[in-house]
Design a protein around this ligand. Structure first.
Ligand code: ASC
Length: 128
């Protein structure tokens, strides 16, 4: 799928950057740092719901070395890593549903749960 390990590393980093950008806009609204606009929240959640599926095709064998913050533990504990990824994807699905209601209180709860699911993986599998 990827020609070189560096290509996979760049690809997954690009996907994580997009996740951070689109989640960050919704989180900013939840935190009152960005004015709440239900339509914009929904549009960002729709993009987020797609891009959360992208990074995990790019953690193949041999992509553990290079310019990456990914810890070797990922490849030693791939089922656990994938489980945390799926948990995050589930929480993003709930966030997407919450943005469709336009209810900021529901969005705030879902943002908190997505944030926890990001952090759960970072704690074990990403270099600082
Ligand atoms: C973000 C972002 C993350 C998560 C994480 C939540 O907006 O870029 O990596 O939220 O900070 O704990």
């Amino acid at each position: 799928q990827f020609q070189k390990p560096e290509d996979a590393i760049k690809y997954r980093q690009a996907a994580f950057t997009l996740m951070g950008t689109h989640f960050g806009r919704i989180a900013g609204m939840a935190q009152g740092k960005i004015p709440f606009d239900a339509k914009i929240a929904q549009a960002n959640a729709d993009v987020l719901a797609t891009v959360v599926n992208l990074p995990y095709t790019a953690f193949g064998e041999g992509t553990d070395l290079g310019d990456t913050k990914a810890k070797p533990a990922i490849w030693k504990e791939m089922p656990k890593f994938k489980e945390l990824a799926e948990k995050m994807q589930t929480e993003v699905g709930k966030l997407q549903a919450a943005t469709k209601t336009g209810n900021l209180d529901q969005i705030k709860i879902a943002v908190g749960d997505v944030g926890k699911s990001c952090k759960a993986c970072h704690d074990n599998y990403r270099e600082k």
